[in-house]
Design a protein around this ligand. Structure first.
Ligand code: ZN
Length: 322
Protein backbone atom coordinates (compact mmCIF):
# COMPACT_ATOMS: atom_id res chain seq x y z
CA UNK A 1 0.00 0.00 0.00
CA UNK A 2 1.36 3.45 -0.88
CA UNK A 3 1.88 6.23 1.68
CA UNK A 4 -1.27 7.97 0.44
CA UNK A 5 -3.17 4.69 0.62
CA UNK A 6 -2.01 4.08 4.16
CA UNK A 7 -3.05 7.59 5.17
CA UNK A 8 -6.51 7.17 3.63
CA UNK A 9 -6.90 3.79 5.30
CA UNK A 10 -5.91 5.26 8.67
CA UNK A 11 -8.33 8.17 8.26
CA UNK A 12 -11.12 5.74 7.43
CA UNK A 13 -10.42 3.55 10.48
CA UNK A 14 -10.31 6.65 12.69
CA UNK A 15 -13.53 8.16 11.33
CA UNK A 16 -15.27 4.80 11.83
CA UNK A 17 -15.27 5.73 15.53
CA UNK A 18 -17.55 8.72 14.91
CA UNK A 19 -20.88 8.05 16.65
CA UNK A 20 -19.55 4.90 18.27
CA UNK A 21 -20.14 4.21 21.93
CA UNK A 22 -16.86 4.11 23.86
CA UNK A 23 -18.39 3.24 27.18
CA UNK A 24 -21.72 1.47 27.72
CA UNK A 25 -24.07 2.81 30.36
CA UNK A 26 -22.09 2.32 33.58
CA UNK A 27 -23.70 2.99 36.97
CA UNK A 28 -21.83 4.95 39.62
CA UNK A 29 -20.66 3.10 42.70
CA UNK A 30 -22.87 4.98 45.17
CA UNK A 31 -26.18 6.80 44.90
CA UNK A 32 -26.22 10.56 45.41
CA UNK A 33 -25.69 11.00 49.15
CA UNK A 34 -25.36 13.69 51.76
CA UNK A 35 -21.84 12.81 53.07
CA UNK A 36 -20.25 13.12 49.61
CA UNK A 37 -22.15 16.35 48.98
CA UNK A 38 -20.92 17.74 52.29
CA UNK A 39 -17.28 16.81 51.55
CA UNK A 40 -17.50 18.32 48.09
CA UNK A 41 -19.05 21.59 49.34
CA UNK A 42 -16.36 21.84 52.02
CA UNK A 43 -13.54 21.10 49.56
CA UNK A 44 -14.89 23.68 47.10
CA UNK A 45 -15.63 26.23 49.82
CA UNK A 46 -19.23 26.39 48.56
CA UNK A 47 -21.38 27.51 51.50
CA UNK A 48 -24.75 27.53 49.68
CA UNK A 49 -27.06 25.95 52.32
CA UNK A 50 -29.29 24.19 49.74
CA UNK A 51 -26.60 21.48 49.58
CA UNK A 52 -26.50 20.68 53.29
CA UNK A 53 -29.54 22.15 55.10
CA UNK A 54 -32.93 20.64 54.25
CA UNK A 55 -34.82 23.57 55.85
CA UNK A 56 -32.87 26.14 53.86
CA UNK A 57 -33.41 24.07 50.70
CA UNK A 58 -37.19 23.89 51.32
CA UNK A 59 -37.27 27.66 51.85
CA UNK A 60 -36.17 27.97 48.20
CA UNK A 61 -39.06 25.81 47.01
CA UNK A 62 -37.07 22.58 46.78
CA UNK A 63 -38.26 19.38 48.48
CA UNK A 64 -34.96 18.96 50.33
CA UNK A 65 -31.21 19.21 49.81
CA UNK A 66 -29.84 18.95 46.28
CA UNK A 67 -26.39 18.04 44.97
CA UNK A 68 -24.20 20.71 43.36
CA UNK A 69 -24.72 20.41 39.60
CA UNK A 70 -20.98 20.19 38.92
CA UNK A 71 -20.79 17.04 41.07
CA UNK A 72 -22.49 15.00 38.33
CA UNK A 73 -19.15 13.59 37.18
CA UNK A 74 -18.24 12.63 40.76
CA UNK A 75 -21.23 10.26 41.05
CA UNK A 76 -19.93 8.13 38.22
CA UNK A 77 -16.20 8.20 38.89
CA UNK A 78 -14.66 4.82 39.31
CA UNK A 79 -12.55 4.37 42.42
CA UNK A 80 -8.78 4.30 42.48
CA UNK A 81 -8.93 0.53 42.93
CA UNK A 82 -11.03 0.03 39.75
CA UNK A 83 -9.37 -1.80 36.88
CA UNK A 84 -8.22 0.14 33.82
CA UNK A 85 -10.96 -1.11 31.50
CA UNK A 86 -14.64 -1.35 32.39
CA UNK A 87 -15.85 -4.81 33.39
CA UNK A 88 -17.53 -6.73 30.57
CA UNK A 89 -18.28 -5.52 27.07
CA UNK A 90 -15.99 -4.11 24.45
CA UNK A 91 -13.40 -1.54 25.50
CA UNK A 92 -14.12 1.05 22.80
CA UNK A 93 -12.13 3.71 24.59
CA UNK A 94 -9.03 1.49 24.71
CA UNK A 95 -9.44 0.69 20.99
CA UNK A 96 -9.63 4.39 20.07
CA UNK A 97 -6.58 5.26 22.18
CA UNK A 98 -4.65 2.40 20.60
CA UNK A 99 -5.54 3.66 17.11
CA UNK A 100 -4.51 7.22 18.02
CA UNK A 101 -1.22 5.86 19.43
CA UNK A 102 -0.67 4.02 16.14
CA UNK A 103 -0.95 7.38 14.33
CA UNK A 104 1.66 8.90 16.66
CA UNK A 105 -0.89 10.87 18.70
CA UNK A 106 0.46 9.61 21.99
CA UNK A 107 0.02 12.71 24.15
CA UNK A 108 -3.20 14.18 25.42
CA UNK A 109 -4.39 17.46 26.85
CA UNK A 110 -7.96 18.34 27.78
CA UNK A 111 -9.24 21.46 26.05
CA UNK A 112 -12.99 21.90 26.70
CA UNK A 113 -15.69 20.59 29.00
CA UNK A 114 -19.21 21.83 28.32
CA UNK A 115 -22.02 20.69 30.60
CA UNK A 116 -25.76 20.87 30.15
CA UNK A 117 -27.75 20.20 33.34
CA UNK A 118 -31.37 19.10 32.89
CA UNK A 119 -32.42 18.69 36.50
CA UNK A 120 -31.00 18.90 40.01
CA UNK A 121 -29.91 15.66 41.63
CA UNK A 122 -31.15 14.67 45.06
CA UNK A 123 -29.98 12.07 47.57
CA UNK A 124 -31.04 8.61 46.41
CA UNK A 125 -30.62 9.29 42.68
CA UNK A 126 -28.45 6.59 41.17
CA UNK A 127 -26.52 8.08 38.27
CA UNK A 128 -25.02 6.18 35.35
CA UNK A 129 -22.89 7.44 32.47
CA UNK A 130 -22.28 6.40 28.89
CA UNK A 131 -19.88 7.98 26.40
CA UNK A 132 -19.91 8.23 22.63
CA UNK A 133 -17.64 9.82 20.05
CA UNK A 134 -19.10 12.96 18.50
CA UNK A 135 -16.25 13.87 16.18
CA UNK A 136 -12.57 13.39 15.43
CA UNK A 137 -11.02 16.33 13.60
CA UNK A 138 -8.60 16.24 10.68
CA UNK A 139 -4.99 16.72 11.73
CA UNK A 140 -4.34 20.30 12.90
CA UNK A 141 -1.09 22.14 13.50
CA UNK A 142 -1.09 23.18 17.16
CA UNK A 143 1.41 24.77 19.50
CA UNK A 144 1.99 21.37 21.05
CA UNK A 145 2.55 19.61 17.73
CA UNK A 146 0.32 18.09 15.02
CA UNK A 147 -2.81 16.71 16.60
CA UNK A 148 -6.49 15.86 16.38
CA UNK A 149 -9.34 17.14 18.50
CA UNK A 150 -11.43 14.25 19.80
CA UNK A 151 -14.87 15.25 21.06
CA UNK A 152 -17.01 12.84 23.01
CA UNK A 153 -20.39 13.24 24.66
CA UNK A 154 -21.03 11.76 28.08
CA UNK A 155 -24.68 11.21 28.90
CA UNK A 156 -25.65 11.04 32.57
CA UNK A 157 -28.90 9.23 33.33
CA UNK A 158 -30.89 8.52 36.48
CA UNK A 159 -32.31 5.21 37.69
CA UNK A 160 -35.24 5.53 35.28
CA UNK A 161 -32.90 6.03 32.32
CA UNK A 162 -33.87 9.71 32.02
CA UNK A 163 -31.03 12.02 30.99
CA UNK A 164 -30.08 14.40 33.80
CA UNK A 165 -26.97 16.01 32.24
CA UNK A 166 -24.72 15.84 29.21
CA UNK A 167 -21.05 16.72 28.92
CA UNK A 168 -19.29 17.55 25.69
CA UNK A 169 -15.67 16.66 26.40
CA UNK A 170 -12.90 17.66 24.01
CA UNK A 171 -9.27 16.58 24.17
CA UNK A 172 -6.35 17.25 21.88
CA UNK A 173 -4.43 14.12 21.02
CA UNK A 174 -1.06 15.20 19.65
CA UNK A 175 2.34 13.96 18.48
CA UNK A 176 4.88 15.19 21.02
CA UNK A 177 8.12 16.65 19.62
CA UNK A 178 10.83 14.05 19.26
CA UNK A 179 13.55 14.05 21.90
CA UNK A 180 16.22 15.35 19.51
CA UNK A 181 14.04 18.32 18.59
CA UNK A 182 13.49 19.27 22.21
CA UNK A 183 16.11 21.64 23.63
CA UNK A 184 18.66 19.80 25.73
CA UNK A 185 18.22 20.52 29.42
CA UNK A 186 21.08 22.46 31.02
CA UNK A 187 23.57 20.14 32.71
CA UNK A 188 22.85 19.58 36.38
CA UNK A 189 25.52 21.16 38.57
CA UNK A 190 26.65 19.91 41.93
CA UNK A 191 25.39 21.94 44.83
CA UNK A 192 27.74 24.87 45.60
CA UNK A 193 29.76 24.76 48.82
CA UNK A 194 29.05 27.51 51.36
CA UNK A 195 32.29 29.49 51.08
CA UNK A 196 33.13 31.94 53.88
CA UNK A 197 36.21 33.79 55.18
CA UNK A 198 37.27 30.78 57.25
CA UNK A 199 37.18 28.18 54.50
CA UNK A 200 37.79 30.19 51.29
CA UNK A 201 41.47 29.14 51.29
CA UNK A 202 40.40 25.49 51.07
CA UNK A 203 38.38 25.97 47.85
CA UNK A 204 40.97 28.32 46.35
CA UNK A 205 43.58 25.63 46.97
CA UNK A 206 41.31 23.04 45.38
CA UNK A 207 41.08 25.17 42.21
CA UNK A 208 44.83 24.61 41.88
CA UNK A 209 44.58 20.94 42.87
CA UNK A 210 46.17 21.61 46.25
CA UNK A 211 44.59 20.07 49.36
CA UNK A 212 45.24 22.62 52.11
CA UNK A 213 44.73 21.99 55.82
CA UNK A 214 44.40 24.79 58.32
CA UNK A 215 47.13 24.77 61.00
CA UNK A 216 47.43 26.75 64.23
CA UNK A 217 50.26 29.28 63.90
CA UNK A 218 50.95 29.07 67.64
CA UNK A 219 50.73 25.38 68.60
CA UNK A 220 50.91 23.87 65.08
CA UNK A 221 47.77 21.70 65.55
CA UNK A 222 46.18 20.95 62.15
CA UNK A 223 42.38 21.22 62.06
CA UNK A 224 39.51 20.55 59.69
CA UNK A 225 36.90 21.73 58.93
CA UNK A 226 38.37 25.24 59.02
CA UNK A 227 37.39 27.55 61.85
CA UNK A 228 38.26 30.95 63.29
CA UNK A 229 40.42 29.75 66.18
CA UNK A 230 42.39 26.80 67.47
CA UNK A 231 40.34 24.30 69.54
CA UNK A 232 43.49 23.45 71.56
CA UNK A 233 45.05 26.82 72.43
CA UNK A 234 42.43 29.29 71.29
CA UNK A 235 44.78 31.17 69.01
CA UNK A 236 43.17 33.02 66.09
CA UNK A 237 46.44 32.90 64.15
CA UNK A 238 46.72 30.24 61.51
CA UNK A 239 48.45 29.21 58.33
CA UNK A 240 48.03 26.19 56.07
CA UNK A 241 49.91 23.05 55.20
CA UNK A 242 49.47 21.16 51.95
CA UNK A 243 48.39 17.55 52.48
CA UNK A 244 50.40 14.82 50.80
CA UNK A 245 47.22 13.12 49.60
CA UNK A 246 47.48 9.81 51.45
CA UNK A 247 44.91 8.56 53.92
CA UNK A 248 42.55 5.76 54.82
CA UNK A 249 38.82 5.24 54.93
CA UNK A 250 37.67 6.09 58.44
CA UNK A 251 33.95 5.61 57.70
CA UNK A 252 31.68 5.61 54.68
CA UNK A 253 28.08 5.38 53.49
CA UNK A 254 26.59 4.24 50.20
CA UNK A 255 24.19 7.01 49.22
CA UNK A 256 20.96 6.14 47.36
CA UNK A 257 18.69 8.99 48.48
CA UNK A 258 17.87 11.72 48.02
CA UNK A 259 18.32 11.66 44.25
CA UNK A 260 20.06 14.70 42.77
CA UNK A 261 20.51 15.14 39.00
CA UNK A 262 24.23 15.91 39.41
CA UNK A 263 24.89 12.56 41.09
CA UNK A 264 24.64 9.04 39.69
CA UNK A 265 23.32 6.87 42.50
CA UNK A 266 24.50 5.01 44.38
CA UNK A 267 27.61 6.98 45.26
CA UNK A 268 30.08 6.81 48.10
CA UNK A 269 30.44 9.45 50.80
CA UNK A 270 33.40 8.80 53.10
CA UNK A 271 35.26 10.26 56.02
CA UNK A 272 38.93 9.93 55.07
CA UNK A 273 41.58 10.14 57.79
CA UNK A 274 44.53 11.99 56.28
CA UNK A 275 48.13 11.07 57.10
CA UNK A 276 48.45 14.62 58.50
CA UNK A 277 45.94 13.79 61.25
CA UNK A 278 42.76 15.54 60.15
CA UNK A 279 39.68 13.96 58.66
CA UNK A 280 37.81 15.08 55.57
CA UNK A 281 34.30 14.32 54.26
CA UNK A 282 34.69 13.45 50.60
CA UNK A 283 33.60 11.10 47.84
CA UNK A 284 35.27 7.82 46.97
CA UNK A 285 35.78 7.16 43.29
CA UNK A 286 37.10 4.27 41.22
CA UNK A 287 35.73 1.65 43.60
CA UNK A 288 32.46 -0.29 43.83
CA UNK A 289 30.48 0.12 47.07
CA UNK A 290 30.86 -3.56 47.92
CA UNK A 291 34.66 -3.31 47.68
CA UNK A 292 35.11 -0.48 50.18
CA UNK A 293 36.43 -1.45 53.63
CA UNK A 294 37.15 0.57 56.77
CA UNK A 295 40.87 1.27 56.96
CA UNK A 296 41.34 0.89 53.20
CA UNK A 297 44.31 3.01 52.03
CA UNK A 298 43.25 5.77 49.63
CA UNK A 299 44.96 8.50 47.63
CA UNK A 300 43.88 11.96 46.62
CA UNK A 301 42.39 12.62 43.20
CA UNK A 302 40.72 15.74 41.83
CA UNK A 303 37.21 16.13 40.52
CA UNK A 304 36.84 19.12 38.20
CA UNK A 305 33.05 19.03 38.52
CA UNK A 306 32.41 22.13 36.38
CA UNK A 307 34.33 25.33 35.47
CA UNK A 308 33.57 26.85 38.88
CA UNK A 309 33.98 23.85 41.15
CA UNK A 310 36.92 21.56 41.87
CA UNK A 311 36.73 19.12 44.77
CA UNK A 312 39.12 16.63 46.34
CA UNK A 313 38.01 13.00 46.06
CA UNK A 314 39.80 9.79 46.96
CA UNK A 315 40.43 6.55 45.15
CA UNK A 316 41.92 3.27 46.37
CA UNK A 317 45.70 3.48 46.76
CA UNK A 318 47.51 1.41 44.13
CA UNK A 319 48.59 -1.89 45.68
CA UNK A 320 52.34 -1.94 46.25
CA UNK A 321 54.40 -4.63 44.61
CA UNK A 322 55.34 -7.36 47.16
ZN1 ZN B 1 46.79 26.17 68.66
Amino acid sequence: MSGDGRRADYEERLQAFTGRQLRPRTPGQDPVNQPMIRHWAEAMGDTNPVYTDAGAARATGRRGVVAPASMVQAWTMRGYAATASPPGGEDGFGALVALLDEGGYTSVVATDSEFTFLRELVPGDHIAVSESVESISAEKRTGLGPGRFVTTVKTYTDGDGETVATQRWRTLRFCPPKAEEAPAPPPALRPRPAVNRDNAFFFEGAEHHRLLIQRCADCSLPRHPPGPCCPACGSPEWDTVEAGGRGEVYSFVVNHHPKHPAFDTPYLVAVVALAEGTRLITNLTGVAPEDVTIGMPVVLDWLDADPDLTLPVFRPAPTEAP
